[in-house]
Design a protein around this ligand. Structure first.
Ligand code: I6G
Length: 679
């Protein structure tokens, strides 16, 4: 830019206007006009002009949002007009009473109310002089608050200047600063990665962010400001209604809530409550209630104030989403996949509209992060239908002699199998996949699936019914179903024909392959390819079952974690008993003679097959490649020699391309197979 002598002041003003338009569209209207890169390009251009012409820099330039730390902390300043509090209503009856009071005072049959969601953030007052932001002050005690202008300016939804050529000489706007849920989650993830203490909720995160002395820190926090009223104005006559006043603020560049609405009387207020209560869990920000205001400014003036609250407004609170209670104990629940979750048993407490007596503690890491112990007083949070969470321990209420650490079980509370925790993973798991009642349905669905034991006719629904009716307690029971034919016939949609078909499929499935059998056992992280590697390496079931860690990691494709899963699985007596039961029930496979495949054409090569193929199925192509000595793996890595990519291949294709791995399309792989006579 420095070499361009044509830059004019007007040019810079136009650039500021353009950047402000982009910013308004993005941060206030949620409707970006240009890609981020274009905004950045204009921003850099403006920075370059300002570097050349420091005398042109103006306070409302977007480059001036993040400034220096205030010299002497945050100064206390009085509000021009006090920032009042609101009376609360906790049910429909008190809302009806409010409406009745208002109608009586105004001697009116019906009153129009403006309804707005009450954002769970921090109230703020912004002062504009001749359209320029001059000060941002916290609510404080309502009469005076802290001057946090330097932090407020970093929030993009706060206009640095009003979007009008004829601003009122003085305007004070009141609103709420809050942190949207998504930004809050991200901020806490980053905190967790750094090992910092996370914020308890978005409101605390917003408060903590505004309290920072360094505006650079505030600037890095995802804060939003939403205007809710005109607090004070000079030299401009306000519209007749609060609602129109808000629309005017919207035009001047403020974010206003798109759910605000005018309604008639108490009935309108109550149906607005019901509508918003339903929407509440899906909103992108936390709200703690609804503010109802008499809409006509003239009527507001007539009603006036009592103590420090306007008579013309009321906040209808939603049931609190956070409450304090005590942890009475911790139980452990086993999920469908074997994950064992600690669950806090709570002294029952009414929160989020229901009585809650359990809250999840997630895992060991979360317990350590919270520092929670049995008998602690804790804050629990229940938002929408989400499982209640423990969000904070009230350490100052802890009595050291009363509390006990949470002790994790060594054995699964459902089946007694050992539990394992893989290094680097937060979750502990039950290792009794085949025998654990909590995991039974999922284990059985996997066991009978096409690539495992391939039992046709034994679908998910039927498995669920059979487990519910206690006809299946372990996979062995599948092979004794023939003895319970009458029970099968009495089941829903199970006629003679389908029962016969099912029993025949079970009989046929008894003749299987060693690799399918191992895959069917559902050992953690033993997919089809690993099952194949294990079975072709060990050949004999007994040898595999007795293999130690060292022997297991010697298998191609098997690392220490998979080896640990395999070893621990075969160490469980119940798993061994189930395997013996299956063999006794007649499951068998043909023992493949150990073939010397060292001179097969694709020996030593690793292939991955992805996407959809038209002439062969993916499984057929895999088998043919394996018959030529190739290893077929499920995922692309630097060790992959070739990717076979059919139509609509996704991330595996992208990864192979980024690793420069040779890629064959369907025609290519068929040509390869033909060249070795495999098709
Ligand atoms: O704390 C508040 C949140 C939202 C308010 C408020 C509001 O309107 C949507 N309105 C007033 C008048 C006051 N506090 C005092």
């Amino acid at each position: 830019m420095s070499q361009n002598n044509d830059i004019t002041h007007e040019h810079m003003l136009a650039l500021i206007q353009q950047l402000n338009d982009y910013s308004y569209a993005y941060h206030v209207k949620d409707n970006p006009l240009v890609p981020d890169a274009e905004y950045d390009r204009c921003y850099r251009q403006l920075q370059a002009i300002e570097a050349e012409h420091a005398e042109w820099i103006q306070a409302d330039s977007p480059t001036q949002r993040v400034g220096e730390k205030p010299d002497s902390g945050f100064e206390n300043v009085p509000h021009t007009v006090p920032m009042l509090s609101l009376d609360n209503a906790f049910d429909d009856v008190s809302l009806e009473d409010f409406d009745q009071r208002i109608r009586k005072l105004l001697d009116a049959d019906s009153v129009t109310y403006c309804c707005e969601p009450k954002l769970d953030g921090l109230a703020i007052s912004l002062r504009y002089e001749h359209g320029r932001l001059v000060r941002g002050v916290t609510r404080g005690d309502g009469l005076s608050g802290e001057d946090i202008t330097s932090n407020i300016k970093t929030i993009y939804s706060v206009p640095l200047s009003l979007r009008t050529d004829t601003p009122p000489p003085v305007l004070e706007v009141r609103g709420e600063i809050y942190m949207p849920k998504e930004g809050f989650e991200k901020l806490n993830l980053q905190a967790a990665e750094r090992g910092d203490k996370p914020f308890v909720n978005p409101r605390n995160a917003a408060a903590g962010s505004l309290r920072q002395l360094d505006p650079k820190i505030t600037a890095s926090r995802p804060l939003v400001m939403c205007a809710y009223s005109i607090g004070y104005v000079e030299g401009w006559s306000q519209p007749d209604s609060h609602y129109e006043g808000l629309l005017q603020l919207g035009e001047w560049g403020f974010r206003i809530n798109d759910l605000m609405k005018t309604v008639e009387g108490a009935a309108g207020c109550i149906s607005y409550y019901q509508m918003l209560n339903e929407k509440r869990p899906n909103l992108s920000y936390d709200i703690d209630g609804i503010v109802y205001k008499v809409d006509q400014i003239e009527l507001q003036e007539e009603l006036g104030f009592i103590a420090r609250a306007p008579r013309w407004a009321i906040a209808r609170k939603f049931p609190a989403q956070e409450e304090v209670t005590r942890i009475l104990g911790v139980d452990f629940q086993v999920g469908r996949t074997g994950a064992i979750t600690p669950v806090a048993r709570l002294a029952p407490v009414f929160v989020g509209g229901v009585t809650v007596s359990n809250a999840t503690l997630h895992n060991k890491d979360e317990i350590a992060r919270l520092g929670v112990k049995v008998n602690d007083y804790v804050v629990i949070r229940r938002a929408g239908d989400v499982i209640p969470q423990v969000v904070q321990v009230l350490e100052d209420r802890r009595v050291d002699e009363d509390v006990k650490s949470v002790v994790f079980p060594d054995a699964c509370p459902v089946c007694g199998s050992d539990v394992e925790r893989v290094e680097g993973e937060a979750v502990i798991r039950c290792t009794g996949g085949l025998v654990c009642g909590a995991q039974l349905k999922e284990s059985l669905k996997h066991f009978v699936s096409r690539k495992a034991m391939d039992i046709d006719g034994l679908g998910d629904k039927l498995i669920e019914q059979l487990v519910d009716q206690e006809l299946l307690k372990t996979p062995v029971d599948i092979f004794t179903l023939a003895e319970k034919k009458d029970r099968l016939l009495s089941m829903e949609r199970m006629g003679q024909k389908s029962v016969d078909k099912l029993l025949k499929a079970i009989e046929t499935a008894k003749k299987t392959q060693f690799n399918r059998f191992i895959y069917a056992l559902g050992i953690r992280e033993v997919g089809e390819a690993t099952a194949r590697s294990l079975t072709s390496h060990f050949v004999e079931l007994d040898t595999l079952m007795q293999a130690d860690q060292e022997a297991l990691v010697a298998v191609d494709d098997v690392g220490p974690i998979v080896a640990q899963h395999v070893r621990v699985f075969f160490e469980q007596e119940q798993n061994v008993a189930t395997i013996h039961g299956l063999l006794a029930a007649g499951i068998e496979w043909e023992k493949k003679a150990i073939v010397d495949d060292s001179d097969l054409p694709l020996t030593g090569k690793t292939y991955v097959v992805t996407g959809s193929l038209s002439q062969f199925s993916r499984d057929q192509v895999k088998e043919k490649l394996q018959s030529l000595g190739a290893k077929v793996s499920g995922s692309v890595s630097a060790k992959t020699d070739c990717l076979v990519a059919g139509e609509k291949a996704g991330s595996k294709l992208t990864k192979a391309q980024s690793l420069n791995i040779p890629i064959l399309d369907e025609a290519g792989v068929i040509a390869l197979l033909q060249s070795y006579g495999a098709v």
